[in-house]
Design a protein around this ligand. Structure first.
Ligand SMILES: Cc1cc2nc3c(=O)[nH]c(=O)nc-3n(C[C@H](O)[C@H](O)[C@H](O)COP(=O)(O)OP(=O)(O)OC[C@H]3O[C@@H](n4cnc5c(N)ncnc54)[C@H](O)[C@@H]3O)c2cc1C
Length: 495
């Protein structure tokens, strides 16, 4: 008889774990509360437009491919990816902009326009962080920390020292480049994981390095093509996805996971893997005596990432722009400090994604998708209701800002489809604690061995893989979590 595994949630790590387990001979069923798979990597369609709801930037494409290869399939049969050039454009409020390319012959002249000294500094930063990345990859990202020997080994202590991660991302960049715009260009990426560059550990400057050295890619059909491809592969292997299945409890007896409860029905399994966000799952699905150290007091004390306000527009006309662009606040530091104060930023930085610049399959002929993401505070502080009034006020303010962008003056008159995701929507639709769209904030004391691990320490047969567990947020990173969790499950069943 095959061993059975129930997975709670069909997010990225849920789907990737499911493929891995099913291809290793387990019988896997995924239970997903929403009507579609994908989790934060969600989609919606309207009037012929197809929108990506959450993630849009593809980094480390080999990790996307690996899950298909692991299951014995050729990723090219499931995904088609292209390298973007430029990677993105950065726009500052004084009217200047910086086009970032991973092509050195384009990047270097753009940097030299700023200064030769900073060009040298930029290259020195890349060399320095590349060396630290190699330490992080082997020593921290690709592994779990399940026992005190795992944590307290000399190797770990040495690796931690080699990472030199005790200052902030911004401080670390500032040592290499003097120009303020360039400093912002290399530090804003910590917002991808919901932490301020002025606070987030310097190791997260690996993100711009990965963009530059390995590129930003685009998946034909948009990000959701990845979720669909994983679902397809999983079902081909004989796995089962049940949607509209809200899990209400994990059944544990004598410290052994026995199964889950869905719609008042108990579904037994040999192990349970939780993909739903960790702080929600541990507090809502697990009986208090089995939560280990993650009791309400500890969860309250932990720090949570920022949230996201996103507007999705389907326009009935084309707009000539780039796939990815960032529009900086006049005072970037104040904007970031406001985010975590928490205050709704008066003059926010924001990000625009327009996949239809290169992919006509996502909209009717001659039409355009514009996705606008504004980082906003999470909802830990109760003052942000995000009721209809607050939503409309913020929407109007952002639309007024967008209209000042060259080429966007008439954009409001061309809106055919419009939808908004506020922090409240993220919280309820995906069960994200405090609407923190990137899970636990990845500060030093909530990273690596300080982050919840892939395996429950007090319960046998209970595992976790997702954004709030080790190694952290981002599609490739939660796919690593899936790999680590599945390797742990296989090892446990073998012994
Ligand atoms: C706005 C935004 C932009 C982002 N941009 C990028 C980007 O450009 N590039 C990138 O790499 N990463 C990006 N990320 C991060 C990335 O999207 C996430 O880290 C990743 O998608 C999270 O996957 P996950 O496996 O942790 O789980 P989730 O996507 O959170 O999936 C968990 C699933 O569990 C389900 N669930 C919860 N509770 C229950 C229950 N009780 N019963 C059944 N099911 C349940 C949820 O509905 C969900 O489907 C972005 C995230 C957001 C929110």
């Amino acid at each position: 008889m095959k061993k059975t595994i129930s997975i709670i949630g069909a997010g990225t790590a849920g789907l990737a774990s499911a493929i891995r387990l099913q291809s290793q001979g387990f019988q896997v069923t995924i239970f997903e509360k929403n009507p579609q798979v994908g989790g934060r990597m969600y989609t919606f369609q309207e009037k012929g437009f197809q929108f990506d709801v959450g993630p849009t930037i593809v980094m480390m494409p080999e990790i996307y491919r690996e899950v298909f290869e692991y299951s014995g399939a050729n990723p090219d049969d499931y995904l088609s990816m292209q390298l973007l050039d430029p990677l993105y454009q950065l726009h500052y409020q004084d009217g200047t902009s910086f086009t970032v390319s991973s092509n050195l012959t384009k990047l270097i002249p753009a940097l030299e326009k700023i200064s030769h000294e900073d060009t040298q500094g930029y290259l020195a930063y890349l060399a320095d962080i590349y060396a630290r990345y190699n330490v992080a990859r082997k020593g921290f990202i690709d592994r779990s920390f399940l026992s005190s020997q795992d944590i307290l080994s000399w190797e770990n202590i040495l690796n931690t020292l080699k990472l030199r991660t005790f200052n902030s991302a911004y401080q670390s960049i500032a040592k290499f480049v003097k120009n303020e715009k360039l400093r912002q260009a290399l530090s804003f990426q910590t917002l991808y994981i919901g932490v301020s560059p002025f606070v987030g550990p310097s190791i997260y400057t690996i993100i711009p390095m990965i963009e530059l050295l390995y590129g930003i890619w685009y998946i034909k059909g948009g990000m959701y093509a990845m979720a669909k491809a994983m679902q397809k592969r999983f079902e081909e292997l004989g796995g089962k996805v049940i949607t509209n299945a809200n899990v209400s409890a994990i059944k544990i007896e004598d410290s052994q996971a026995k199964g889950i409860v869905v719609n008042q029905t108990f579904i037994p399994s040999d192990a349970v893997l939780v993909n739903a966000d960790f702080p929600y799952a541990v507090s809502q699905l697990i009986e208090a005596k089995y939560r280990g150290k993650y009791q309400p007091k500890k969860l309250k004390k932990m720090e949570y990432s920022s949230s996201s306000f996103i507007m999705y527009f389907g326009l009935n006309k084309k707009i000539n722009t780039t796939v990815h662009q960032i529009r900086y606040a006049k005072d970037f530091k104040k904007n970031i400090n406001d985010l975590f104060a928490p205050t709704l930023p008066e003059d926010p930085s924001f990000y625009i994604y327009s996949p239809t610049q290169i992919d006509a399959s996502l909209a009717p002929l001659g039409k355009e998708i514009i996705y606008v993401l504004v980082p906003v505070p999470n909802r830990e502080n109760q003052k942000f209701s995000w009721d209809e009034n607050m939503k409309k006020t913020f929407r109007d303010k952002m639309v007024a800002k967008i209209k000042t962008i060259p080429g966007f003056a008439q954009f409001e008159q061309t809106i055919e489809v419009e939808k908004i995701m506020t922090p409240r929507d993220w919280e309820t639709q995906f069960n994200l604690q405090y609407a923190a769209t990137f899970g636990f904030k990845p500060i030093l004391f909530q990273s690596n061995f300080f982050r919840p691990q892939v395996k429950a320490l007090k319960v046998n047969g209970l595992y976790f893989a997702g954004t709030s567990t080790h190694p952290g947020a981002g599609i490739p990173i939660v796919m690593k979590a899936a790999k680590i969790a599945v390797d742990t499950i296989i090892k446990d069943f073998q012994s």
